[in-house]
Design a binder for this molecule. Structure first.
Ligand code: B12
Length: 215
């Protein structure tokens, strides 16, 4: 992990890729991501917090990891015409990698998902959800401030006759196991494997599921 960390911090893309390939020779992409990429990014976050690395290094580490994920995971394909029951958004936050992983996992599992993208504001999200009426709304946030804003999102969505089932994910919910309840979400998932299990329990599995599954 040390070599991967140093490679990211010194913007050495080639060594970082080589380290990832090395990890992959022992295991599958999902495990390599969970055991190497994610903990290393968490360490980089901690180093930044202590003032030991610059924000530009955090930024470039994220970019290198995005490149690695693009090579490892299938390119995202959306079938907008499919009218997916599941929607994902990075809510009032621009940390991209977690959502990227969840979207890839859903696509591999052939669960149609519509991606609203990064930095979606409260107003935009409420408007789009009212329009698209998904059955499940997946929210990714990495900053505490954004996580707390989910409470207002839930409050505004309560006004809908049938609001979507809201599943949250991201660092603040991992750090505080009660936070998802406090902000009024219906569930939280720690990673893409957990969210797949949760969706399955809600009756959402591979493409062409029924729309009228009771929640
Ligand atoms: C990389 C990074 C950045 C990059 C982002 C690059 C990019 N393209 O995404 C850059 C440099 C841009 C950045 C900027 C900022 N960042 Co930043 N960043 C990080 C860092 C180091 C890693 C995040 C990451 O990519 N992890 C790898 C991914 C794969 O993990 P993940 O997102 O957690 O996802 C996993 C799970 O959480 C889960 N998951 C995530 N989303 C979802 C959603 C669902 C539905 C489900 C089921 C699961 C799920 O599944 C994933 C796989 O297991 C974290 C440190 C940390 N501990 O997380 C800080 C961190 C999140 N950043 C932080 C901060 C403060 C900022 C800035 C405000 C800094 C600044 N002063 O400008 C800005 C804000 C930007 C914004 N408006 O959003 C703080 C937040 C602190 C807080 N309490 O709120 C952190 C925690 C760093 C720290 N220790 O202080 N950041």
């Amino acid at each position: 992990m040390e070599v991967f960390l140093q490679a990211l911090l010194s913007l050495d893309r080639e060594t970082a890729r080589r380290q990832m390939r090395l990890a992959l020779s022992d295991t599958n992409p999902a495990t390599a991501i969970e055991t190497l990429l994610i903990p290393t990014m968490e360490r980089i976050g901690a180093l930044w917090e202590q003032g030991d690395v610059a924000l530009s290094q955090v930024y470039m580490s994220g970019r290198i990891c995005e490149g690695i994920l693009d090579e490892l995971l299938p390119v995202a394909e959306t079938d907008e015409a499919d009218n997916p029951q599941t929607i994902i958004a990075v809510f009032e936050d621009s940390h991209a990698l977690g959502k990227r992983l969840v979207v890839s996992a859903l696509r591999v599992a052939r669960i149609p998902v519509q991606d609203y993208g990064l930095g979606v504001t409260l107003e935009e999200l409420v408007k789009k959800v009212r329009q698209d009426r998904p059955q499940v709304l997946l929210i990714s946030v990495l900053m505490l401030r954004s996580a707390l804003r989910v409470a207002e999102l839930v409050r505004q969505l309560e006004a809908m006759s049938e609001r979507p089932y809201i599943i949250v994910g991201g660092a603040p919910f991992l750090l505080d196991a009660q936070l998802w309840r406090q902000v009024g979400a219906d569930a939280m998932a720690a990673n893409s494997a957990e969210v797949l299990r949760l969706l399955k329990s809600l009756g959402i599995s591979a493409a062409k599921a029924e729309r009228s599954v009771p929640l």
